[in-house]
Design a protein around this ligand. Structure first.
Ligand SMILES: *[C@@H]1O[C@H](CO)[C@@H](O)[C@H](O)[C@H]1NC(C)=O
Ligand SMILES: *[C@@H]1O[C@H](CO)[C@@H](O)[C@H](O)[C@H]1NC(C)=O
Ligand SMILES: *[C@@H]1O[C@H](CO)[C@@H](O)[C@H](O)[C@H]1NC(C)=O
Ligand SMILES: *[C@@H]1O[C@H](CO)[C@@H](O)[C@H](O)[C@H]1NC(C)=O
Ligand SMILES: *[C@@H]1O[C@H](CO)[C@@H](O)[C@H](O)[C@H]1NC(C)=O
Ligand SMILES: *[C@@H]1O[C@H](CO)[C@@H](O)[C@H](O)[C@H]1NC(C)=O
Length: 491
């Protein structure tokens, strides 16, 4: 090694020695697990309700439908997965068994399954076909195994049925590769036999068999139901929650929608809703218009939740043309709004900075690990955006680096009026979390200020977006936008 090279390397060494990084602040508990983080980063999952109900025009099958009704002539799980992937969904979740008890895989514990159907002469396995298509496309697989079973004779006998249920669960979690989500609910008909589900045992076994999976139910443990089937989260929505405050099959919808700013557990919410009026496909039903899907997106993903959209395959075993069309419009609409973050054109500064690596410019970089952190012990937390020319916008996006805990309780956006030069409030919001989107009537300004009001700990902001949603601006008279204005005037 020459003297010069030696000098060069030692100067590098001394440089790195002389500038140690300021450490990250302490995370504030509860914190997400790695499975919960991965789930949240996925933003949207596609639900697939499929089974005998698809052929009998029903929603809650009685469990008495003849297995011969199940015969999807053109079933193609690759088509389902392709559509999910192309439309921006990170996972697909299949009703492996709905309340009617019919199994879409050839379970060894019942004859009420695909093996008693004419489909593929009784040799088919929908779960296997979907698992293979999902693995091929690189998207995650989730399965729903209904606790309520209207077919099996063991239902109502506590020990017997729990044994049966867990044996079926074991089949699903050991034969089909990696499962990312197990979905359970507490649905049960009026006057149904009384019995106890051994949830604690179920959850332990599921985590043992699929350590990468999150478990969804009214009460978590990993992901909670939002409390409605409209896909709408509370405008305050904490991922914090007390699992002990929720009971599967008997939840307080308000608690589920809002979470709990004092909660001890990290249990973020998933917003399930169907693209059509029913969960199963019915010939006479049509998908929701794209404007409705966009509203749901703002009220779920835009409120710190995951959007679980049900797109039911039809009786041919394919996703219908009308649904494909609206999903394509939805993807294009989101793209048209979110592809152009106007904040990228701004000069960004802040009221204070914790240290070198935590500068305000970090809020323009995607990803959780780069974020703005203010200096400790401040009373004001503000981010400034200065534009060379005035920008028109009607959407604000804010994100927190949730691996450090959820911190912000309330915030607002101000802008300097182009004419009067005075600061005016644009919109106010409560809770941020992984992603917060707020819509408001179109504004124009050169100077913006994001003000964090109330926090559980020093605020950390990982991303800011300023967008122009031309679709909602041009004549679509959304009632939601009027509501935003009203809230604004209240505060
Ligand atoms: C299944 O769907 C995929 C994706 O749409 C398509 O490429 C493939 O040809 C289909 N397979 C059959 C057998 O129709
Ligand atoms: C299904 O069974 C029928 C009658 O037994 C037979 O004609 C047909 O070839 C079989 N189809 C398949 C795909 O095995
Ligand atoms: C959740 O648990 C925390 C800690 O025990 C408690 O302070 C809080 O009040 C609980 N929330 C509700 C709604 O009971
Ligand atoms: C199901 O959807 C496909 C389009 O993917 C369509 O060709 C087929 O006719 C539909 N089947 C029914 C019964 O509507
Ligand atoms: C950024 O903000 C800080 C604190 O408000 C201020 O001292 C500094 O001059 C600002 N920097 C620029 C380049 O405006
Ligand atoms: C929205 O609705 C209001 C009242 O119904 C109406 O006055 C206004 O012109 C509508 N705006 C647009 C852009 O259609």
């Amino acid at each position: 090694m020459s003297l010069l090279t030696l000098l060069f390397f030692s100067s590098l060494l001394s440089l790195s020695k002389s500038t140690p990084l300021k450490p990250h602040p302490l995370p504030i508990t509860p914190l997400p697990s790695s499975q919960q983080l991965q789930w949240q980063l996925g933003s949207m999952s596609m639900f697939l309700h499929f089974g005998p109900n698809t052929f009998t025009d029903s929603e809650w099958g009685t469990g008495k439908a003849d297995p011969s009704v199940f015969n999807p002539a053109h079933l193609n799980a690759t088509q389902w997965v392709q559509i999910a992937k192309d439309s921006g969904f990170s996972r697909v979740i299949l009703t492996a068994k709905h309340h009617d008890g019919f199994c879409l895989w050839p379970s060894d514990y019942t004859d009420y399954s695909v093996k008693s159907s004419p489909w593929r002469n009784g040799t088919g396995d929908v779960v296997a076909e979907l698992a293979s298509a999902a693995a091929e496309a690189g998207i995650g697989l989730g399965l729903y195994l209904s606790p309520w079973d209207r077919h099996d004779g063991a239902y109502g006998k506590t020990v017997e049925y729990n044994e049966f249920y867990l044996s079926q669960m074991t089949e699903l979690l050991t034969k089909y590769g990696e499962i990312k989500e197990v979905w359970l609910d507490g649905a049960k008909g009026e006057g149904e036999k009384d019995m106890e589900y051994y949830f604690t045992t179920w959850f332990s076994l599921i985590h043992q068999l699929q350590p990468g999976a999150v478990i969804f139910s009214d009460a978590g443990p990993d992901v909670r139901w939002i409390g409605d089937e409209a896909g709408v989260a509370g405008s305050t929505c904490w991922s914090l929650f007390n699992r002990t405050n929720a009971k599967i099959g008997d939840t307080d919808p308000l608690y589920s929608q809002q979470g709990d700013g004092f909660g001890q557990d990290w249990v973020p919410a998933e917003c399930d809703v169907s693209i059509r009026p029913g969960w199963f496909w019915h010939a006479l039903e049509s998908p929701k218009p794209v404007a409705k899907l966009l509203d749901i997106y703002f009220n779920s993903v835009g409120r710190n939740c995951l959007f679980l959209l049900n797109v039911p395959p039809n009786s041919s075993g394919l996703i219908s043309e009308e649904d494909i069309k609206v999903l394509k419009e939805f993807r294009e609409l989101k793209q048209s709004i979110f592809a152009n973050n106007l904040a990228r054109k701004a000069f960004i500064n802040s009221s204070s900075v914790r240290g070198g690596q935590f500068g305000a410019e970090n809020v323009l970089e995607e990803g959780l690990d780069k974020y703005w952190a203010p200096e400790e012990k401040q009373k004001e937390w503000e981010l400034y955006l200065e534009f060379r020319d005035p920008v028109s916008f009607n959407v604000l996006e804010v994100r927190e680096p949730i691996q450090m805990g959820q911190r912000v309780a309330s915030f607002h956006l101000e802008m300097r009026n182009v004419k009067s030069g005075k600061w005016e409030r644009v919109v106010r919001g409560t809770t941020v979390g992984f992603k917060r989107l707020l819509r408001f009537p179109r504004c124009e300004s050169r100077s913006l200020k994001l003000v964090v009001e109330k926090v559980r700990a020093d605020p950390l902001i990982s991303y800011i977006g300023i967008y122009m949603d031309k679709f909602s601006d041009s004549g679509r008279n959304s009632s939601k936008i009027t509501i935003t204005r009203t809230l604004l005037n209240d505060s």
